[in-house]
Design a protein around this ligand. Sequence first.
Ligand code: NAP
Length: 306
Amino acid sequence: MTTLAIVGFGKIARDQHLPALSASDRFDLIAVASRHSSLDGVDNYPDIDTLLTEQPALEAVSLCTPPQGRYQQALAAIEAGRHVMLEKPPGITLSEVEDLARRAQRAGVTLFTSWHARAAAGVEPARDWLAERHIRKVDIEWREDVRHWHPGQQWIWEPGGLGVFDPGINALSIVTHMLPQPFFLSEATLEVPENCQSPIAARLNFTDALQTPIHADFDWRQTGPQTWRITVVTDDGTLVLDDGGSRLTIGDDLKLDGEDVEYAGLYRRFAELIERGESEVDITPFRHVADAFMLARRQRVEAFIE
Ligand code: NAP
């Protein structure tokens, strides 16, 4: 068992990391570092520096804080010889994540940029099916209600918080893994509330070397039923990956309506990487977001009031 601590005991740590770790036979959760929260039954610290100093037996940390400030936490852990798993997105710039990768390699520790949506049950079967088909068109719809999913979270609207790309990057993490060809952005529009630094909606047109049209529509203003769907039209029928990647339909056949296996899969992967002495640092989804911030037209829209 690898001893592990969670840093930033907030929404995702409670909702997903804690249950996944409780069920894991590869990790022993021994501590939490969080300024305002604590967990019964483990050692609690106010910050990562105190954690690293006072827990010499600690082998790994899982960083569940918002992306702003994550670099310093990861750096401290790497320099203290601990393995590091990063929540998505892995940071606030591409360069800082690349720097962490170099430093982890030098320090001989594992760095894992996790992409939870990629671990959804339908993603691998969809990837296998698409590998042998000619793709004509891809349509990504990722529309949800920000007030429901991110109550009180101011960091999402600040620089580095990514706005609607915070969920949208989950879709990008799936398609960058699932589609056989690399693709790239050709045109984008971001809708930015007049009191925010980051977008509440994004429309993105990507293409690839075969000129495949790949359209993405991310919107944080959808109330009622929520949509996390990717539709891929091929010369052999249409594949639909729904519910964030857990439900897979090909043509009229429902192939899979899977359970939520994402975080169990992430911790299995982290354990494998530690065992093999390897890192996994994939910034491809994050690069597409950076490209959107570089290329997009901005439209100012009405202020966001929670
Ligand atoms: P959150 O609840 O707002 O923040 C997590 C915890 O980090 C907070 O409880 C807070 O704990 C600590 N924190 C907040 N701001 C901090 C700061 N400036 N410096 C140091 N610590 C800070 O956020 P979350 O929703 O869990 O998201 C965290 C990460 O997980 C994000 O990258 C997000 O994209 C990813 N994620 C979230 C979800 C989701 O559904 N929410 C799903 C998948 C992935 P203390 O105040 O106690 O230190």
